[in-house]
Design a protein around this ligand. Structure first.
Ligand code: TRP
Length: 346
């Protein structure tokens, strides 16, 4: 049996190059080696967007299209929608019994996010979303979780929940390993490419949009004229070449330091390289844009499989937590009795 991967995203709009570098690229290359589950965490998106839920339906589909466009193969990877798998919500409740509130309060990613959003009070769902994320990861007993570094506190909590669960109730859950990728800097040189910082290039951006954005990227401020010597180590565009255009960086570094290549040319070459990389992604996206019914079908099929897998784990969890009152060994599962009176004792 293949080992399992579970990872995913909050649907808050289209995915960008930061998502691609941080995790999507990895998922595509690992999907044949691992039984991969990708979760579109729409409930987690609600923890910060509960006031505008009307965006969710289209955001869920945009993320699905980005996955498929980036090369996720729906025949080998299971894409699921979090809110449609009730077992995840149930597991969240069971785990919440033994997660101390203080551990959540001190979670650095929660703190950073709360500060960024300017929350003066924390909602129960927001504070608790790392517990729900533990349910996302454990419903399918994932072994490996490829994510950006900012997710480390959440994964550590998941590991802690698994260990505690197994210690309290018996070995049921699998403790997952994290696989961390670095963050991609934003066009403005900010440490993180992100939608909310408005410094992102989206996988779905058109070629001229990519060129326009690359032209706005922050470069070495000491370079005023084309033949001024450059400092690639402080240049955003150089960082991107280093990430996406490995074959060119040696030559570029020398030329930049000697002032032999101007920023305009350097940017034009980056945009060309990005567009070359994004072209097949755009092509696949166009196919799914033209056939939205395919996307819906993929999501429903993936979610159905997730429900099956989740039901098995939930049954084991309930049994371990002694909440399986009417499931005696060998008896008919309770659902089958629906519509018929339960057997009396007469
Ligand atoms: N918290 C992740 C993010 O903000 C999204 C996510 C939800 C996730 N559930 C997950 C990531 C499970 C990995 C595993 O990007």
């Amino acid at each position: 049996m293949k080992k399992r991967i579970l990872t995913g995203d909050r649907p808050t709009g289209k995915l960008h190059l930061g998502h691609y570098v941080g995790s999507l690229r990895n998922r595509v290359s690992l999907q044949n080696e691992y039984d991969t589950f990708l979760i579109i965490a729409d409930i987690q998106a609600l923890t910060t967007n509960w006031e505008n839920p009307e965006q969710l339906a289209s955001d869920v589909r945009e993320v699905a299209k980005d996955y498929l466009a980036a090369g996720i193969d729906p025949n080998v990877t299971t894409i699921l929608v979090q809110s449609m798998v009730p077992q995840i919500a149930e597991l969240t409740i069971f785990y919440s019994m033994f997660v101390p509130v203080n551990v959540l309060r001190h979670n650095p990613t929660i703190k950073t996010e709360a500060a960024q959003k300017g929350y003066s009070e924390l909602m129960y769902g927001f504070l608790g979303y790392p517990v729900s994320q533990a349910a996302d990861i454990t419903f399918c007993k994932a072994h490996l979780v490829p994510v950006g570094k900012d997710q480390a506190p959440h994964l550590e909590l998941t590991r802690r929940i698994v260990r505690r669960f197994n210690e309290l109730y018996g070995e049921v859950l699998v403790e997952p390993e994290g696989m961390y990728e670095g963050l991609l800097i934003g066009l403005d040189g900010n440490t993180k490419m992100s939608k909310s910082l408005d410094n992102a290039i989206y996988l779905a951006d058109a070629p001229d949009e990519v060129l326009r954005k690359v032209k706005t990227a922050v470069t070495d401020p000491a370079r005023i004229r084309k033949d001024d010597p450059g400092h690639p180590e402080v240049c955003t565009v150089f960082t991107y070449h280093n990430e996406f255009n490995k074959g060119f960086v040696g030559e570029l570094e020398t030329a930049c330091r000697k002032g032999e290549i101007g920023c305009v040319e350097c940017k034009t070459r980056l945009a060309a390289r990005l567009n070359e990389m994004l072209d097949p992604i755009r092509e696949r996206r166009a196919h799914y844009d033209a056939h939205p019914e395919l996307v819906d079908d993929i999501l429903q099929t993936g979610t159905a499989r997730a429900i099956e897998v989740g039901a098995e784990t939930l049954a084991q969890v309930k049994e371990a937590m002694k909440c399986n009152y009417f499931v005696a060994a060998g008896s008919v599962p309770p659902g089958r009795h629906r519509g018929r009176p339960l057997q009396g004792r007469s």
